[in-house]
Design a protein around this ligand. Structure first.
Ligand SMILES: [Zn+2]
Length: 681
């Protein structure tokens, strides 16, 4: 039965190109899902666009001495081109700096304001006179009132873990100009998220407990358990959608507020260009709305945006938000600032026309249930051992033999034996499995089943050995080749959502348009013969090519050179072994974690170090939710002087480092057999 779907993929932020992590986490799964639903005959709208507002873009512009518009124009084009190159089949790709988006976001704000959904709150914030702008907390640096660290941020001290308000800093400076900022009163509009608490609890915790992914559900639950608070939707900035109120002169909508509305603007733009009614895709309860995002976006798409849609009153809410975890690269977190990434334009330069190989590898190793690792060796192995040796090899043998035995004309099918019926049966089962997996957002499973179909075909051909019996039993060889060609035709249809270029190439080799019926997914399911005896196919053409060791070595050395050039040598005073050995470092495992009242920064941990359980206060509440770190192995300094922090006696310290976003993260042993209590030396 045909249904209507609105599918969105997270709006990429336009301060850089996109990399394999984005593709694996969001765009390929969204594309597979959209392509699948389309070829099943549904009414699918797949939209996205560039997210072009926010402070980081204004800062990048300032640094490069250009306008914010120049920054977003440049990356909008690069990003859009990458999506086209990799076959991401958006029906519309828009941008939030467009007029249509400004109007849509502005109208949305007005409607919520009319519905009394905002609270107006006045507060004092730091203001940089010479730049004529208010400063976000991260752009204020000063001396920590607690530990006197002179490089303390406006919201928290990275050294002692204290969290505070920017006005508590000693000698605060603007990190943009280095000048002392003034305090100035400013008023902002806050979305009354707290007033939607009970609705969201019912909707998410009761209605979506079973169909949402556990990682998504868990994050939502943790937010709701903490209690929702009003959240500012406006800020003092020049770059963005102006707040449509006279009393809000010089203010724009906060980027988190306007960005998701970008999905709606993109739909309106598409409808205008295609003479369609956009409201059907956002307001008709029969439409299924699905958001594809990465895990860092869960709260915005599961809590805040639905609250906005609900507050507006006329919109549907998402049916599912299948957020993925993160993809790492060669064991490390992908990092834009450290250039630890595989950028899509660079990939295409090194592996021209091999988009499908990357699509395949990223899907068969997608970070669906946990963070996963992309390695170049694995990329090579998946290409050579699966795409080339199984899928490509099967097709190549079928096409070569058909040309050799029958001059390219599809033979007749004679009597089917049990082997023939069995192989086609097995393939039917695989197709049903693929359908089920895609419907459950398990693209990895679906992709592996696709390879199973070609594995089944390959094995059938190897077992039947037509090349051995071609002299004595031509009728049997005709049937074997007929069945093999039918399997090839099935593969050309079923591979389309995953490997669109390969699917097209294979259909061209088999002259798909010359057969008796249309090569559609539904005809495949109905078990109809796709191929017609007597139709000519083309000469063999390799679908995939082997990737050599030297190509992989080149990629690895390219990555490592970016690592070396960026690594910073520490300038601390030298210590001897005796100094170091004074530290008692042990592996610990986190048994319990909870938030500390009135602190945004601190978590209270119980850490098992084998012979005892330590209570440790750690400043990592901004990086982790308590529920996600239970069981995590960490490194503990066990002989640190015990100290009262936030009213709790803290017995030791858990060692931390920073990720590319400057967030504190645990140092964890990655060897599973590293047990708590072990000494580190
Ligand atoms: Zn401090």
């Amino acid at each position: 039965m045909s249904k209507r779907y609105t599918i969105t993929a997270a709006l990429p932020y336009t301060n850089g190109p996109i990399h394999i992590g984005h593709l694996a986490g969001v765009y390929i799964p969204a594309d597979i899902y959209s392509r699948f639903l389309r070829i099943k005959g549904n009414d699918v709208l797949f939209v996205c666009g560039s997210d072009e507002h926010g402070v980081p873009i204004t800062l990048k512009a300032k640094k490069d001495g250009i306008n914010p518009q120049d920054v977003v124009d440049k990356y909008h084009k690069i990003i859009k081109d990458s999506f086209v190159d990799f076959g991401i089949s958006f029906d519309n790709y828009s941008r939030t700096s467009s007029k249509i988006h400004h109007k849509t976001a502005s109208d949305f704000f007005t409607k919520l304001n009319d519905n009394n959904q905002f609270a107006k709150i006045e507060s004092e914030q730091f203001y940089d006179e010479s730049e004529d702008q208010f400063l976000a907390d991260r752009f204020i640096i000063g001396t920590c009132p607690k530990c006197h660290n002179t490089e303390c941020y406006g919201d928290q001290c990275e050294k002692c873990g204290a969290s505070h308000n920017a006005i508590d800093l000693i000698n605060p400076k603007s990190s943009i100009t280095g000048l002392s900022p003034e305090l100035k009163k400013t008023t902002h509009w806050y979305l009354k998220l707290d007033s939607h608490q009970s609705f969201l609890e019912d909707w998410i915790l009761k209605s979506h407990k079973l169909d949402w992914k556990p990682n998504v559900y868990g994050q939502c639950k943790s937010w709701l358990d903490d209690g929702l608070k009003p959240r500012a939707v406006t800020r003092d900035l020049e770059w963005g959608v102006p707040v449509p109120l006279e009393s809000a002169n010089g203010k724009v909508l906060y980027v988190w507020f306007d960005a998701p509305i970008g999905y709606i603007s993109s739909t309106i733009e598409w409808a205008k260009n295609n003479n369609k009614n956009w409201e059907k895709y956002w307001k008709d309860p029969e439409t299924e709305l699905i958001h594809f995002i990465g895990k860092d976006n869960i709260v915005f798409h599961c809590i805040i945006f639905p609250a906005m849609l609900k507050a507006e009153g006329s919109y549907i809410l998402p049916k599912n938000v299948p957020a993925n975890e993160f993809l790492n690269l060669e064991g490390d977190k992908i990092s834009t600032s450290k250039n630890w990434a595989v950028w899509l334009p660079e990939y295409l330069k090194d592996f021209p026309n091999q988009q499908d190989v990357l699509r395949y590898v990223l899907t068969s190793n997608a970070p669906e249930t946990k963070d996963n690792d992309f390695t170049w060796k694995d990329f090579q192995a998946k290409n050579n051992n699966e795409l080339v040796a199984i899928f490509g090899n099967f097709i190549n043998r079928v096409v070569v033999l058909t040309n050799k035995y029958y001059n390219g004309a599809i033979p007749k099918k004679n009597n089917f034996l049990d082997d023939d019926k069995e192989v086609l049966n097995q393939i039917d089962m695989s197709i049903l499995k693929i359908e089920k997996s895609i419907q459950k957002f398990r693209f990895r499973e679906a992709c592996n089943e696709l390879i199973n179909i070609s594995r089944t075909g390959n094995k059938y051909l190897a077992d039947q050995e037509p090349w051995k019996i071609i002299k004595e039993d031509q009728a049997r060889v005709e049937t074997v080749m007929y069945v093999s060609l039918q399997i090839s035709a099935i593969l050309s249809v079923i591979s389309e959502p995953f490997l669109p270029n390969t699917s097209k190439k294979l259909k061209d080799i088999l002259n798909s348009k010359d057969h008796q019926i249309e090569w559609t997914w539904d005809n495949v399911i109905k078990n109809i013969n796709l191929i017609k005896t007597g139709v000519n196919i083309n000469k063999a053409e390799l679908l995939f090519t082997k990737i050599e060791d030297k190509e992989i070595d080149f990629q690895i050395s390219k990555l490592n050179s970016s690592k070396k050039s960026k690594s910073i040598v520490s300038k601390k005073q030298e210590v001897n072994l005796n100094d170091f050995s004074k530290l008692n470092l042990k592996i610990g495992a986190i048994l319990e974690a909870k938030k500390i009242k009135k602190s945004k920064k601190l978590l209270l941990l119980k850490v098992d170090i084998k012979d005892e359980i330590r209570t440790i206060v750690s400043g990592i509440a901004k990086s982790y939710d308590p529920y996600e770190i239970i069981g995590t192995k960490v490194v503990v300094l066990t002989n640190l002087e015990s100290k009262v922090i936030a009213g709790v006696q803290s017995q030791g310290m858990v060692l931390l480092t920073k990720d590319e976003n400057d967030r504190d993260v645990f140092i964890s042993p990655d060897n599973i057999s590293t047990n708590e209590g072990l000494d580190i030396s």
